[in-house]
Design a protein around this ligand. Structure first.
Ligand SMILES: Cc1cc2nc3c(=O)[nH]c(=O)nc-3n(C[C@H](O)[C@H](O)[C@H](O)COP(=O)(O)O)c2cc1C
Length: 164
């Protein structure tokens, strides 16, 4: 008979949107709404080519939950229009409210729009404080080529310096 993983194990881990190529060094978990700015940025960074598993937090409430069981950096856009209470979207809170997901967070990258002034990238400060992990980088909207280069190199360096 064919060997299969036990049900609980099979359900425990989600598949990456972009699986790491070659030797796996770490993971990135991101959220992006229908406007897809963050999704475009992540696609351009090609972190999977550097050995990073890239997971996407589902948009719709009825989508199956994302379960990540490896150390990761969280990348999230800021919402709420200046309200600290609404800066982190419910989909991201749902992901982080699962203790098994929260256990893997090692750092935060946030995005936003400078039009929001003081609240620019506020979600990064909130998650960094709540989860007690460093706020590693921020960028605006879908980022620039320079942001892509810095995030690509920064994520690689981070996992090389924090092997587990
Ligand atoms: C309703 C709304 C509220 C927003 N509030 C903030 C904010 O408080 N601070 C900020 O820096 N950016 C804010 N933004 C900008 C988003 O973070 C930015 O557009 C981001 O690139 C969206 O990423 P996504 O397309 O991947 O969802 C807001 C955008 C929208 C549409």
């Amino acid at each position: 008979m064919e060997q299969t993983a036990p049900i609980d194990q099979a359900e425990a881990t989600s598949s990456p949107e972009y699986p790491a190529m070659g030797e796996r060094i770490g993971a990135l978990v991101y959220f992006s709404s229908q406007s897809q700015n963050t999704a475009r940025f992540v696609a351009n960074c090609k972190l999977q080519d550097e050995g990073v598993d890239v997971f996407r937090i589902p948009i719709k409430p009825h989508d199956p939950p994302l379960n990540v069981r490896e150390p990761y950096i969280l990348m999230l856009p800021t919402y709420g229009g200046g309200s600290a209470r609404k800066a982190v979207l419910p989909q991201i809170k749902r992901f982080l409210n699962d203790p098994a997901n929260r256990a893997g967070i090692r750092g935060v990258i946030a995005s936003g729009n400078t039009n929001f002034g003081e609240a620019f990238c506020m979600a990064g400060d909130i998650v960094s404080r709540k989860c007690k992990v460093p706020f590693l980088y921020y960028f605006e909207l879908m980022g620039t080529k320079d942001d892509e280069r810095k995030v690509r190199q920064g994520v690689v360096d981070f996992f090389r310096n924090h092997p587990e």
